[in-house]
Design a protein around this ligand. Structure first.
Ligand SMILES: Cc1cc2nc3c(=O)[nH]c(=O)nc-3n(C[C@H](O)[C@H](O)[C@H](O)COP(=O)(O)O)c2cc1C
Length: 349
């Protein structure tokens, strides 16, 4: 398969930016691009250029009012450093994080790889972040008015049996500044994290988190939605069992999905065997299948956020057709730029 920009997304400005960015090592490119995007004059120009056509289309999901259905997936802005700049690109919601209680460096570099021919990335970042206090400060100071989700995780040094302490700690810290919170138990890059998606470990985690959530809702007079983000590498049976356990707690819904451990989707690529999670266009059909499976089994009152492989406005629309209420994008944004956000908003009204 050869990677190509969809004709509706052709954009000479972004093509020029991408050319420079892709000449750099992926993490250096990220820092370089956001250094520019976050300058107020650049942000203001981009905001005008990439405004979606037509009237805004507010929608209510999980009790929150979203200006549109297209959001940024977690991991691009781990520390909440770029909320205003990303907001200016039109996203209806932005999910920052994954954040952990203490700052941590993450895995050794290099840890992000572009498989350009496939419109894909492999990453094994390992929750590199500056810690929850840094993120909370940024969230408090944001000017952007859209919906802010905060995605929480555990420090690598915290043993799995104490994971709930880290999630509870983060939930308490972020609750006052988040519009919603995501419990991320599906990163492939923190050892054994995905075990929290199953059975007793899931029940113990949700028990601790939801007890704290109830306390915080009373304390702050606001019942903020809590989502759980799952991996696509779950069988139908895994999904059935996950839902049985999770449905015993008042979560608001699920994000389907995180990156995949599958490699057959990029077989033969020189970087295919790099460790980490695979994302982007190649995982689209797989993520859609998992979304459909969750949709067919989940209780009606759960909201579903579809993520994985969105690379065109049509892809965003397909997620809604399959039962998602909202859509998140990461890798497609790197390959196609803000035009993808604009088109996705326009096609999901
Ligand atoms: C470089 C990179 C870092 C990521 N970091 C996180 C993270 O910290 N937390 C998380 O929940 N998901 C993380 N993700 C997963 C994305 O949020 C998203 O679920 C996944 O990439 C599928 O969507 P996409 O195909 O649009 O990228 C990361 C993805 C990438 C590519």
């Amino acid at each position: 398969m050869s990677y190509q920009t969809h004709p509706a997304l052709k954009d000479p400005l972004y093509a020029a930016i991408r050319k420079i960015a892709f000449s750099k090592e992926p993490e250096a490119a990220h820092d370089w691009a956001f250094n520019w995007f976050s300058k107020p004059w650049v942000s203001s120009l981009l905001s005008k250029r990439y405004a979606a056509a037509g009237n805004p289309s507010a929608t209510t999901v999980a009790g929150l009012s979203f200006p549109n259905r297209i959001g940024l997936a977690a991991g691009l802005d781990k520390n909440g450093d770029y909320i205003n700049a990303l907001g200016a690109l039109g996203f209806g919601f932005i999910e920052v994080g994954t954040v952990t209680p203490k700052p941590q460096a993450g895995n050794d570099k290099p840890r992000m790889f572009r498989l350009t021919e496939h419109g894909a990335l492999i990453n094994r970042m390992g929750f590199n972040n500056l810690g929850v206090d840094h993120l909370v400060k940024n969230a408090e100071q944001r000017q952007w008015q859209g919906v802010l989700g905060i995605n929480i995780g555990k420090n690598a040094a915290t043993p799995l049996e104490n994971a709930h302490d880290d999630y509870v700690n983060c939930l308490e810290r972020v609750y006052p500044v988040a519009d919603y919170v995501t419990v991320n138990i599906s990163s492939p890059n923190t050892k054994d994290l995905r075990q929290l998606q199953h059975g007793d470990a899931l029940a113990a985690l949700l028990d601790a988190v939801m007890t704290t959530h109830t306390k915080l809702a009373t304390q702050h007079g606001a019942n903020k939605p809590l989502f759980v983000k799952i991996a696509p590498d779950m069988s139908d049976d895994d999904i059935t069992q996950f839902i049985q356990v999770a449905n015993q707690y008042p979560i608001s819904g699920v994000i389907v999905s995180n990156t995949t451990a599958r490699r057959d989707l990029v077989e033969g690529h020189p970087l295919a065997m790099e460790a980490g999670g695979l994302s982007g266009e190649v995982m689209r059909d797989f993520a859609n299948e998992r979304l459909q499976s969750v949709q067919s089994k989940a209780p009606n009152n759960w909201a579903l956020i579809g993520a994985g492989g969105v690379s065109s406005g049509d892809d965003a629309k397909t997620k809604l057709t399959l039962g998602a209420d909202l859509v998140q994008i990461y890798t497609g944004f790197i390959y196609h730029g803000p035009r993808l956000i604009q088109r996705s908003i326009e096609q999901t009204r």
